[in-house]
Structures are given as C-alpha cells and as structure tokens.
Design a binder for this molecule. Structure first.
Ligand SMILES: N[C@@H](CC=O)C(=O)O
Length: 365
C-alpha cells in the first residue's frame, strides 16, 4: 500500500482543478484518490466530465481519466472517509465556498484552498511559504474555534501579488514605505483561453473586478502578526495598484515603483533578491524552487515567453531595476499565475503543512 497522503480535489474539473491534477501526477508525498465537483459533473467519468474542456498543455493524466467524479455535497461522508486532506478549487459564490470549506474542516479534513473566500477570516492562515510560514501557528486557534483535532483551513493569496510581493519582502530591512504597482495579468487568471475569450486577442481590458483591492491589501496580511489568536495585518507599506488584463495566456507581470525608509544601493537590492531563501528551500520541499528569485540583467527581461516557466513556474523573475526621478527605484516582476500563483502555490503550502506535522495520515491518529 502507498504511504502517500490521500488527497481529494474539490472543484477538480475547472482550470485550477486540472492544474492540481497535472501537478500531483507522480507527486512523491501526495496521491489523488478522488475528484469532486458540483452536481453537474458528478457521477460522470472524469474524462467525460471535462470533455472538450481540458485546458492544460500536457495530456490528461491516465490515472484520473476513469475516476468517477464525486458530488461535493451529496457524497460528503464518503469523501471525508477516503481522504487525508483536500485541495479546494471550487468556483462558486464566496459564501458557498466558505460554507463548503468550513464543512470539510469541521469534519476533520484539512482544506488547502486556492479561493479568496477565507483569506480574511482572522484565524485562517494565508501563506506564501517563503514569506510567512510562521502564520501556520494560528491553526491551533482556528481548531479551537472549529472544535476540531485535525481539520482546519489554510489558503493562498491572489495570484496578482506574487510578481512583486516576494521582491519587496526580500527588501524588508530597508523599510519599503510606498509602493505603486501596475499588474499586466494573463487571461488564464480568469480561467479562460483565447478560444473562450476571443475579445482578448490583440486587446487590453483595464478592469479586473476586485483585483486592485486584493493586490493592495493582501501583501499586508502576509506581513501581519499573530495577536490573540488572529492575524493582524501590517500597516505599511502603503500600496496602490492598477490591474490590467492583457493578451497573454499565462504569466502576470508587474511594473513597480518603490520608496524606502532607508534607501539601499542597487547592488544591495540585487544581492538581497539573489540570496533570498525561505523555509521551503531549507526543507527542500518537493515543489520548492531552488532559487526563488532570479534577477535578469538584460534590459528586455523578464519576458513572459522566455521567463514564465522559471523554476517550473514556481520562481519569480525580476529585472529592469533602476533609480527613478520621483521614487527611489522602479523594477519589473513576473510570476506564473496558475503555477506559483494558484495550484503550485497551494501544493507548496500542503508540502509545508505535511513537513511541519499539520497534515498527517488519518489512520495514524
Ligand atoms: N484574480 C486573478 C486570478 C488570481 O488568482 C486574475 O483574474 O488574474
């Protein structure tokens, strides 16, 4: 028998769910034992449920094709009995997602979620493993609230912030105090391809609902502290963002201006970026990039076509660092929105949760 943790994917038929399935094929620690979705897909074979809707660039893995899709709601007890934890990639209104995630957590199933529904629940950790792994400590307070021994919810932040937040985090000692960022976001962030969204060919749409607020506020929560069993967001730097949809399939780019309390030199900044390491690198987690941040010296980098898959889509590429006439510095960042920014980021969180003993095999308890 496999000693891997048994994983279920809630919302496994959508784009992020498909990405989870692709990433978890041959994962050394996790084995996908079931896929669940809403009533529409339930009862069908996975390959039939997503027929004509497989959006990954690699073929559908064999292991999932003949799995019968469970109904997240009606098959709840059976799902709970078969898994050690679940990934949640459900695409529904927020209040419904919140209810689903809490229902599974209360049934002693750890939930690692890609969704925004619980990002501001005070005792739910929202984590980028290289930035704020210590926030996992809030899980003990969440378990007290939920009345659980092993069940909890842990979430990842929005994809847009990952192209600039790691860069600012590596410069924390210089006190970033004012940040202006414009994000240029790929269409896969909206769960779409060009076939499904022909309006995006040769076009730019200067609006992504709710995105600017997430892009301004979520980094502050990552830099927050645990006080009285809750995450209290940091109050600085002040961040202001514009988020723009661009005709790119995968890869969110950010153009960033920043002022510091103590202005570093250009060499100091590049050195901090290149040497930045976090707990995933120290623990050598299976999905961790060896080098989280790369700095590219060429004037025309980072480019989506050349750099989006850096470190299997789990690293961040930075470039064009220069002094500015209004701000201290400006630079450009790029990260893969459906890998580091979505399913890949959630898989890395689950690896950290396992490595730190928050997710264990159910039968071992
Ligand atoms: N909301 C983002 C997706 C990130 O999670 C987008 O629309 O690009």
């Amino acid at each position: 028998m496999s000693d891997k943790l048994r994983v279920g994917i809630l919302g496994g038929t959508g784009m992020v769910g498909q990405r989870f399935i692709t990433l978890l094929e041959n994962h050394p620690w996790f084995e996908v034992v079931l896929v669940a979705a809403s009533g529409r897909s339930a009862g069908k074979l996975y390959e039939d449920a997503v027929e004509g809707r497989w959006k990954m660039q690699t073929p559908m893995p064999e292991f999932v094709k003949k799995m019968t899709v469970y109904d997240m709601d009606k098959d709840f007890d059976e799902i709970v009995s078969k898994v050690d934890f679940v990934f949640c990639a459900v695409n529904m209104p927020k209040d419904q997602i919140k209810a689903i995630e809490e229902r599974y957590a209360k049934a002693e199933v750890p939930v690692v979620s890609n969704n925004s529904a619980n990002r501001w629940t005070p005792d739910v950790p929202m984590v980028v493993p290289e930035i704020n792994p210590e926030h996992l400590e809030v899980i003990k307070y969440q378990r007290e609230r939920l009345g659980t021994k092993r069940g909890f919810i842990c979430v990842k932040p929005n994809c847009s912030i990952q192209s600039y937040t790691p860069a600012l985090n590596a410069l924390k000692e210089f006190g970033p105090k004012l940040v202006v960022a414009t994000t240029y976001q790929a269409i896969s962030g909206a769960g779409k391809t060009f076939e499904q969204w022909p309006e995006m060919v040769e076009n730019i749409i200067p609006y992504i609902g709710g995105e600017e607020e997430k892009s301004e506020k979520e980094p502050l929560r990552l830099w927050g502290k645990i006080e009285d069993g809750k995450i209290v967001p940091a109050s600085d730097p002040v961040i202001t963002c514009q988020c723009i949809r661009v005709p790119v399939l995968d890869g969110h780019t950010a153009a960033v201006f920043v002022n510091f309390e103590k202005k570093p030199t250009k060499e100091q900044i590049i050195e901090k970026w290149r040497s930045f390491k976090g707990v995933p690198q120290e623990l050598n987690l299976p999905s961790a990039p060896k080098q989280f941040i790369q700095y590219l010296e060429e004037d025309d980098r980072p480019q989506v076509k050349l750099d989006v898959n850096y470190e299997n889509g789990m690293g961040v590429s930075l470039g064009r660092l220069r002094e500015d006439s209004v701000f201290d510095y400006k630079f450009v960042g790029l990260s893969h929105n459906t890998l580091r920014g979505a399913a890949g980021g959630a898989v890395l969180i689950a690896e950290l949760l396992k490595a730190q003993g928050y997710i264990t095999p159910k039968d071992a308890e």
